[in-house]
Each structure stands twice: as C-alpha cells, then as structure tokens.
Design a protein around this ligand. Structure first.
Ligand SMILES: [Zn+2]
Length: 154
C-alpha cells in the first residue's frame, strides 16, 4: 500500500521560491510572474543587471576604456538572458523595475504557485519571439551600449 500511495499521491505544492531577480525568498502566493520579454524590455532591469558583482568589471571596462571585449560580453549577457525560456518570479520590490500590469502578473503568479508543471505563461519563450524586432533591437542596443552608465560615470 505504501508503494501505491507514493504513486498516486500528487506532488507537493511549491511552498517557497527565490525571486528570479534578487534571489530573496518568497512565500507561497507572493510575487509576480513575468515572461522573458517583459523582463528584457525593462531598462531599469539592465541598469541593475550590468552593475551586479559579476558584470560590473565589464561595464567599467566598457565605459572607461572602451574595451571591445567587455562590450561583447555585455552583448552576450543580453543574448543569454533574452534566450531564457522560463517563468520569472519576482518579489514585491523587484516588480517596480518592470512596466507591467501588477494585477495581471500577480494572478499569473497565483496560477504558477498552484501548478507544478502545468503552468504556461501566455507569452512564454524567448524574448525575441514575443517582441517586435524594432523593440528587441532597441533594448539590445541599450543593454549592450548604455545600461549602467550612471553608476560608472563619475
Ligand atoms: Zn526580488
């Protein structure tokens, strides 16, 4: 019987999750669910991302030394992020980086907490597939060339 119980028992619901942006722990039903396109579209996100400890050296070299390898690394960071096919769960403070409908993304988060594998975002997938090519190229250029400049420049 134990064996059968294991087979038929539904998998446990998610109780906690880390914010995809700042890694702080969120409790069940907290947060907002965003698509990669919604995350990538935000200039504020890139201003923050490009001055994180892992990226700051590239950003400094890009602005202060016009180091082309550093600029290329920033472009690669953008492309890797834009290519992620994930649900971004963001906390109450990180949601302010994004120009999205908070009610809608909150409702999507509630669905995400309820489903273990069945949850599908309306605009899931790579950023490029859910944005106009003009918008995509514009934010790519911003992330590569401009993001984080106010932090680095005196
Ligand atoms: Zn956060």
């Amino acid at each position: 019987m134990r064996f059968l119980d294991k087979i038929f028992k539904s998998p446990p619901k998610k109780k906690q999750a880390a914010c995809s942006i700042c890694k702080s722990i969120m409790n069940q039903n907290d947060g907002f669910a965003l698509s990669t396109a919604q995350v990538v579209s935000s200039r504020k996100y890139w201003d923050r991302k490009m001055v994180e400890p892992e990226t700051l050296s590239y950003t400094t070299a890009h602005f202060k030394n016009q180091d082309q390898r550093a600029t290329m690394m920033r472009k690669i960071i953008f492309e890797k992020t834009a290519g992620k096919e994930i649900v971004w769960m963001t906390c109450e403070s990180c949601i302010d980086h994004f120009e999205v409908c908070q009610d809608e993304t909150k409702q999507l988060a509630a669905q995400w907490w309820q489903n273990d594998t069945g949850f599908v975002l309306p605009n899931k997938g790579k950023a490029e597939d859910n944005m106009s090519s003009e918008d995509f190229e514009e934010i790519k250029s911003y992330a590569t060339m401009e993001a984080g400049s106010s932090f680095v420049r005196r």
